[in-house]
Ligand binder design. Structure first.
Ligand code: NAD
Length: 357
């Protein structure tokens, strides 16, 4: 099989590509615009594999997307390309509308034309896997979990754009018959995550002895999943999921943000040289909350578990341990990003004045 992955130079896409080339016989075409979030270092180990091809293309560029389909003739598409950071969506929502909504529609249109022209035996096996987030469901109170039937209530520009793209993917199946499968996953963490997201940002700042910003009182709860467990779930959903269905993916690992930050402090204290000022928990600073910050996410992944037999291999303790160790071992990689693209500044206060109160 030949799989076209969009956004394959990103955090999750690169984990999928490494997994597919390592554990299956499939060939992979990686279509990626290479935005600030992309990172070809994460693919260096497989870049010369004869089953791998890279195309630097924007999913909004229809003629180029058509060329990629014509040239590579994929059997399936796994669509991960997106603007993915909630804080950046608060500061610059238009780019989220463009890539996540217009780009997804462009890709769906091209995929539909391509699929319609396939011979019937290839048509029936073709899949378009739309990859999304649990953030489309909005915010939970202290109890309950998101299931595949939970109503959409997106609160951030990011989740609104992802919700819109989910609806378009669904519509392309219902209206035109494109064989779409979809998945909504909780927060991922692991190696190669751009150090603007909570876990890598805090790990890097803790190592450097810099302040550790915690939004609000750190009471917000996320349901964490190790990225390689998500990649295995995505491959299963693509290859064995039922057409027209959505699968929720989550690791049953709810944690308050403050508890996550404290756990990272303790791991860095254990694995790295001690700081003169004492334990790294002292670096924690409560800063102004994210506008519209969803209180709690939690995923019910029982459909995926029952139908496809998926189970995460890492629990939060083992996954966090691996992740923190990876950031300590790969300092040259994130130091380059910190020096060039993103120095760790506060994002996501919109037009308000940025401060640390
Ligand atoms: P990421 O930001 O690390 O990577 C996104 C990739 O998409 C980058 O390589 C970027 O260059 C590429 N891209 C962006 N705009 C593009 C465009 N117009 N054309 C082509 N490529 C473009 O994101 P991620 O964390 O790997 O997330 C991947 C997908 O998974 C996204 O759709 C995201 O919504 C979804 N998701 C992420 C999480 C998470 O915790 N990170 C959780 C659930 C779902």
């Amino acid at each position: 099989m030949k799989l076209l992955v969009t956004g394959g130079a990103g955090f999750i896409g690169s984990a999928v590509i490494r997994l597919v080339l390592r554990e299956t016989a499939a060939a992979v075409v990686n279509l990626d615009k290479l935005t600030y979030a992309a990172n070809l270092d994460s693919l260096a180990a497989i870049a010369h594999d004869p089953r791998y091809a890279f195309e630097k293309v924007d999913i909004c560029d229809r003629p180029e997307v058509e060329r990629v389909f014509r040239q590579h003739r994929p059997d399936a598409v796994m669509h991960l390309a997106a603007e993915s950071h909630v804080d950046r969506s608060i500061d610059a929502p238009a780019s989220f509308l463009q890539t996540n909504v217009v780009g997804t529609c462009t890709l769906l249109e091209v995929a539909l034309d391509y699929w319609r022209a396939l011979p019937s035996e290839r048509q029936s096996g073709f899949r378009f896997h739309h990859v999304s987030t649990d953030e489309v469901y909005g915010s939970l109170g202290p109890t309950g979990r998101f299931s595949e039937t939970t109503a959409y209530e997106p609160n951030s520009p990011y989740s609104a754009s992802k919700a819109a793209s989910d609806h378009f993917a669904r519509a392309w199946h219902q209206t035109y018959g494109l064989p779409v499968v979809a998945s909504n996953c909780s927060n991922n963490y692991g190696p190669w995550q751009f150090p603007e997201k909570l876990i890598p940002l805090v790990t890097v700042n803790a190592l450097l002895g810099k302040p550790l910003p915690v939004y609000g009182q750190g009471e917000n709860v996320r349901d964490w999943l190790f990225v390689e467990d998500h990649a295995r779930a995505l491959w299963l959903i693509l290859t064995a999921g039922r057409v027209g269905e959505t699968y929720n993916v989550g690791g049953d690992s709810e944690r308050r943000n403050l508890a996550v930050v404290e756990a990272i402090c303790d791991l860095v204290d254990e694995m790295a040289p001690k700081l003169a000022g004492g334990p790294r928990r002292a670096l924690i600073e409560f800063v102004r909350d994210r506008p519209g910050h969803d209180l709690r996410y939690a995923i019910d992944a029982s459909k995926l578990q029952a139908e496809l037999g998926w189970r995460p291999r890492e629990d939060f303790a083992s996954g966090l341990d691996r992740t923190v160790a990876w950031y300590l071992d790969n300092r040259a990689w994130w130091e380059r990003l910190r020096a060039g693209i993103y120095a760790g500044d506060r994002l996501g206060l919109g037009r308000q004045k940025v401060d640390q109160t």
